[in-house]
Design a protein around this ligand. Structure first.
Ligand code: DOR
Ligand code: ZN
Length: 429
């Protein structure tokens, strides 16, 4: 089976390509790219031709921070519904965090996730294994065994690694395995009891706050450890100006640190919590306008390498409760691309930079063979209509959970087709 994509604008940062060209997919791989490719030239009747004039064709988007909830919390999301949400949002690959039940801290869980993902046959799913047993921050998990089973990185996401010695050991064990450690930065002594950003809004609402330093102190610690051990570290969901400043300075002195943020951190502030909207309750919390501006600057100047959804589905059982008791997390897979395209509209990023942050860079950091349209590579592609206006409606989300603070928002730009391994897995109707 062959697929011929005609007339789109191909943007592939991995090859520095930005041009109107046709692209031929054959046997699940990128076979040819060039001007005026024709179906007959390939002298076959099994070529399906798609007219993609006015659309962007980019290497399949990669979300390196997704929570799939299976095994254990299937009422919130399964590997099936999460992968369907992924392709509907334009993602061909997702890396899933280990805070399931049981935690992905041993190969039986990693095996299970990969087996389920294979059965679903929707998006590529890359398991991230826990740094420590039960993500308790006490005993390292079996890094070599987990890599062998197919884990692509290590993280205790949801929890910080409070013990600095354990974090040092994690960096030193992951390094020779060529694996990335992803750090959820949170100083619990400063955050425990808090439910939102510490600032004037938390004071007005009478809610206990979480200060910016609860994040940035640990960002500074992990930078210091990566520097000292000459290894690399990836900082998850950056939300504060102080973290951006620390990462920028570390990069300038040559420390191997990479970082991600999520769309809600450059789109919303803690003002979104005024109505005690639990769908905007997330960890780290939504900050203030100064932080939002710093995140945008960090994205623009390359301090922040990646935009990840931090897709954290929760059911109404956890969200339709008093603010203090509500679970933290935002449903992100089906809104991330559109919220991020706004950065291009606002002249903060170019398309090239946006695709770097949503495909090229996550592939590089996770060291997976994706994020490129080079001839011979897997035909994972996202087709984007940058002008399409649409309204977020959680009731038609593929995701099992509906916890989006963007319900009812009018957004511009959308994935209209998602191709994984040469097969169309999602098509806008
Ligand atoms: O808000 C959050 N939700 N932050 C995290 O770190 C974990 C996540 C979840 O798993 O729900
Ligand atoms: Zn986290």
């Amino acid at each position: 089976m062959k697929l011929l994509l005609k007339g789109g604008r191909i943007i592939d940062p991995s090859q520095n390509i930005d041009a109107e060209m046709d692209l031929l997919i054959e046997n699940g791989k990128i076979a040819k790219m060039g001007r005026d490719l024709s179906a007959s030239e390939n002298n076959s009747t099994t070529v399906e031709t798609l007219d993609l004039r006015n659309a962007l064709i980019v290497p399949g988007l990669i979300d390196m921070h997704t929570h799939l909830r299976e095994p254990g919390h299937e009422y919130k999301e399964t590997i099936q519904t999460g992968s369907e949400a992924a392709v509907a949002g334009g993602f061909t690959s997702i890396a899933c965090m280990p805070n399931t039940n049981p935690i992905n801290d041993n190969r039986s869980v990693t095996d299970f996730i990969l087996k389920q993902a294979g059965i679903c046959n929707m998006a590529n799913v890359y398991p991230i294994a826990a740094i420590s047993k039960m993500s308790e921050g006490k005993i390292l998990s079996e890094f070599g065994d987990l890599k062998d089973a197919g884990a692509v990185a290590f993280s205790d996401d949801g929890n910080p690694v409070t013990n600095s010695r354990l974090m040092r050991n994690a960096l030193e064990y992951a390094h020779p395995l060529d694996m990335t450690v992803i750090s959820h930065c949170e100083v619990l002594d400063l955050s425990t009891g808090g439910t939102m950003n510490e600032g004037s809004v938390s004071t007005e609402l009478g809610l206990q706050g979480i200060p910016n330093v609860a994040e940035s102190i640990m960002v500074e610690r992990d930078i210091a450890l990566a520097d000292y051990t000459n290894t690399s570290v990836h900082i998850a969901h950056v939300s504060t100006a102080e973290s951006v400043r620390a990462i920028r300075a570390a990069k300038a002195r040559g420390v191997h640190v990479t970082a991600e943020t999520a769309p809600h951190y450059f789109t919303l502030t803690d003002e979104a919590l005024r109505e005690f909207s639990t769908n905007a309750k997330v960890y780290p919390p939504l900050r203030n306008m100064k932080d939002v501006e710093s995140i945008k600057e960090g994205l623009k100047d390359g301090t922040i390498d990646v935009i990840a959804s931090d897709h954290a589905p929760h059911s109404s059982i956890e969200k339709d409760v008093e603010f203090e008791y509500a679970a933290s997390g935002i449903n992100g897979l089906e809104t991330s691309l559109s919220l991020s395209l706004k950065l291009v509209d606002d002249d903060i990023l170019t398309f090239h930079q946006l695709i770097e942050k949503m495909s090229t860079n996550p592939a590089r950091i996770l060291k997976i063979n994706k994020g490129t349209l080079t001839i011979g590579s897997d035909a994972d592609l996202t087709i984007i209509d940058t002008q399409k206006s649409w309204t977020v409606n959680v009731n038609i989300f593929r995701s099992k959970s509906k916890n989006s603070p963007f319900q009812g928002w009018k957004l511009k730009g959308k994935a209209i087709m998602t191709i994984v391994g040469g097969e169309i897995k999602y098509k806008e109707t």
